[in-house]
Structures are given as C-alpha cells and as structure tokens.
Design a protein around this ligand. Structure first.
Ligand code: F0G
Length: 458
C-alpha cells in the first residue's frame, strides 16, 4: 500500500483551547456587535480568521530567537536575513519592515503619486488602501476564470494580458509606475499565478517600460502550485522555482507573517540600488534604521530560518495538503467553495450557500456568524463589507464573489481539527433554509471598515 505523505515534524509545545457552549457564543457575538474581529481569542475554539502571524515556529526558529543579535546597526541577524533573501529571490537590497503593509507604505511613498494607476491581479485590501490613500487607483486585471467558482482553471491568480495591455495603452508609463502581481492571489481565493503568466506580463511590461513588483506574502505556496501544475517545473526544487519567479520582478513587498513562518515582520527587497536608497529614507522615517526596520534582531533571525523552512517541498506538501483536505471534505458535503482549493484557505461561496439572501444582507458575514455560533470556528468575510464603499460615490461596492474565508494557520491545527470544522459547516449547511435574514450596518469607519464595523440583526 502506498503510504500517505505526513507532516515532516512532530509537536513539542501545545497551547490549550478554551471550549464554550452555543449559548455562550450567541451572547458573545451579540456583545461583539456581530463583528468577528471583536471576539476575544478565548471565545474562539478554532481560529481561522487569518493565516497571518498565527502559525507555529519550529525549534530551530526558537533557537534563533535566543541567539538573535540586537545591535542597532549592522547586526549579524540582519546579515543572515539579507543573505537568505538574496539566495531565495536574487534581490540584493533588503529593507526590513514591521509587517507587509509597512513595506507597501515604504515602496509606495517613493513610487505612487496622485492620479497613478497600479494594475495587477486582485490587490489585497491594505495594498489597495495604500494606493487609494495616495489618490491613485488599483485596477484589477485578473482573468475572468477567477470569478467563476467552479471553473477548474489551475492558475486562477493569473493576469489577463489583454486587459493589462489595454490599461498600458490607455495610461502608458507616465501614469503607471509599476504592475503589481500578488502571489498567491489572496483576494481571488489563494489562487496561484503561473510562471507562464509572469513571463507574459514581463514581456508586455518590457515593451512599455513598466517595472513589475510582487506582493509575495505567499510566494512559497505559489511555487508549490507551479511545481505541481506547470510541466516545465515538475522536477525543480521549490527554491529553484522561487529564484525563477523572482527573476522577472524588480522587487517585492513581503508580509513575513505568512510564508516567513513568523508571528510578526515584513520586508521590501529590491533589484535596484537607487530605488533602495530612496526607499531607505522612508524606511528610516516610518520603520527604523535600515538594518532592523521595526523588528528585533531575534525577529530577523527567526525569519531567516522560517524562509528556509517554508521553501521546503515536504513542508508545503503537508501545509497545502491540509487546506485541500478541508476543502475536498466540504465539497463532498455539497458545500460550494472556490475551486480548485487555494493555498492558504478554503473560500466558501456564500451566494451559493445562501442563494435566498440579498447582497445587502451581507451573506458571507451571516455565514461567518452562523459557523461561529455552531462550533466556535471563526472565519472572515471576504465580500461586501471588505470591498467597502467606492471612494468617490460612497456607494457599496458589490464584488463578483461573496466569500467566507477559512484561513488555516501554518503548522497549528491537526486533521482532527479539520474534520471538526467540516462537520460544523455541514450542520450550518443542513439548516441553511432557516436563515432568512442577514445583518445591516449600525456604524462604519470611512476606510477599511470591515475591521471595526458594528452590525445589527435585520
Ligand atoms: N499582501 C497580501 C496578499 C496579504 O494577504 C496581506 C495580509 C498583506 C499584503 C499585508 O500584510 O498583514 O503583514 O501587513 N493579509 C492578512 C490576511 C492580513 O489575513 O490575509 P501584513
């Protein structure tokens, strides 16, 4: 019999989970004004709010925490990280930042000006926030297949080259400081971008003299999908594929809280020295000196080790295997999910789940609340609340997909936990007809409203 692949590690430290009753959870979510962000962590049994900074570090990373060099300038931990990033990406210039959005802030402070256009596959919300805050525009050029839940297209994070060329023709290099490729594309379901597509974007962008940057938060997961699904790369190692991917970009912003396998951190890595110097000025103002960027030396050292581990095939096979295991289980119950299953999360299609609810009932948020009440499982809405209002018209933006994201923290939960989540969602699915109304907004912030929105029952 063929043996299954298993996690390439065993557990040395555990963290207790606090259980609760349905009655308790009904009270807690009401007190939280139906915003899952407002719950206390001990009110949650399985936390799938995010895969960002919520994973488990290895013993080797903890060892790095002890030996980190806390020198203000020129620490050996910075050198270790810089060498690791250069080895994996080929980028020689590194600016650490306290997290991913800070790297966006530093880079965009140099490159993004009022009226600029930043095309890409679906931009993450902080990225879009940083662009719109500068009165520039993020233009989504993702392929149409990404917005069709059941289309089995293997690279639903890809950029539509025709859409991109139209934008290039319309605005040209004067208005477009760069194109941003998010690998994997979080907003379209943790979906990968192929090397073939990256090469096509590169060829087109060269003709128009437009640089390419990656939002590389989940670059290792992207490389895993390339190895699995792109014939040319079947026999290459993840590290070789990473090097190839990054060779087409001028730089990257990174949230180390994902594929860095650490709890906090980020960085900006660049090909060009001049851009590094300009960005460095903003780095110093916003983040800290060039060699620590808002992080402790120990954080830099643990990150260097984490990057080595996250680019190992055996780790990625277990990691993505677990996400796919949950997704396939849900599919076997008839629950509609974004397919193929993405790298870091299962995205449940709330419009398919609750076809009888209206868009302004916030179906994905409604589903998130029902799942929490059922089993203490906390997901996150990737739908109309997150899409926010149009900055000019102030009308709600209704995205093509209304999703409940179940993001799986790295190396944190077991297969038993996945079975629990799947059964909980099945129970909610079996009772879907009983939910006839959703929620309305009682209060919202002017930007990034989903974090703090207050809701009331309709
Ligand atoms: N880019 C992508 C694709 C992301 O998913 C995130 C964060 C960021 C940038 C920003 O990084 O949080 O370190 O500042 N995503 C988290 C999530 C928050 O839950 O998906 P950050």
């Amino acid at each position: 019999m063929k043996l299954p692949f298993i996690e390439p590690y065993r557990i040395k430290t555990i963290e207790e989970i606090n259980f609760s009753t349905r009655e308790e959870r009904e009270k807690w979510i009401e007190d939280a004004e139906y915003n899952l962000f407002n719950l206390q962590s001990n009110q949650v049994i399985i936390d799938l709010l995010t895969d960002s900074g919520t994973g488990a570090m290895s013993d080797k990373q903890w060892a790095e925490m002890m030996t980190g060099d806390e020198s203000y300038a020129g620490s050996s931990s910075f050198k270790k990280l810089k060498d690791t990033v250069e080895q994996l990406t080929g980028f020689p210039y590194l600016l650490p930042t306290h997290q991913g959005r800070a790297a966006e802030n530093v880079l965009f402070s140099v490159l993004v000006k009022e009226g600029h256009i930043i095309p890409g596959n679906t931009h993450f919300d902080t990225t879009k926030g940083h662009i719109e805050f500068r009165k520039a525009h993020a233009v989504d050029c993702t392929i149409d297949e990404a917005f069709s839940i059941d289309d089995p297209y293997p690279f639903k994070g890809n950029i539509d080259i025709e859409k991109l060329e139209k934008i290039y023709q319309q605005y040209g290099k004067e208005k477009i400081p760069f194109t941003l490729i998010t690998i994997t594309c979080n907003s379209s379901g943790g979906q990968p971008v192929s090397i073939e597509n990256i090469r096509a974007v590169k060829a087109l962008s060269e003709r128009y003299n437009i640089p390419i940057f990656f939002d590389a938060a989940r670059f290792a997961e992207n490389a895993f999908f390339i190895k699995e699904r792109e014939k040319e790369f079947h026999h290459q190692t993840i590290k070789e594929i990473c090097k190839e991917m990054f060779s087409y970009a001028d730089g990257m912003t990174m949230s180390s809280k994902k594929d860095g396998l650490v709890n906090i951190g980020g960085f900006l890595a660049l090909k060009n020295e001049e851009l590094y110097q300009e960005a460095g000025n903003f780095g110093i103002i916003y983040e800290g000196y060039l060699t620590y960027g808002g992080l402790a030396g120990r954080d830099l050292a643990a990150l260097a080790q984490g990057l080595q581990e996250s680019t190992e095939h055996s780790y990625l096979q277990a990691r993505i295997g677990q996400v796919i295991y949950l997704g396939e289980k849900l599919r076997s119950y008839g629950i509609p999910v974004q397919y193929p299953i993405g790298g870091h999360a299962v995205f449940v299609d709330a419009l398919g789940f609750y076809p009888h609810l209206k868009r302004d009932d916030f179906p994905a948020q409604t589903l998130g609340i029902e799942l929490y009440k059922e089993a203490g499982v906390r997901g996150v809405e990737i739908g109309t609340l997150l899409a926010d209002r149009d900055p000019e018209t102030r009308e709600n933006r209704y995205p093509a997909l209304e999703l409940l994201r179940l993001a799986i923290p790295r190396r944190t939960y077991t297969q038993n936990h996945m079975d629990y989540i799947a059964k909980a969602l099945k129970n909610v699915f079996d009772r879907r007809e009983e939910v006839t109304k959703g929620y309305s907004i009682a209060w919202e912030a002017p930007i990034l409203r989903h974090f703090t929105v207050k809701l009331k029952k309709k």
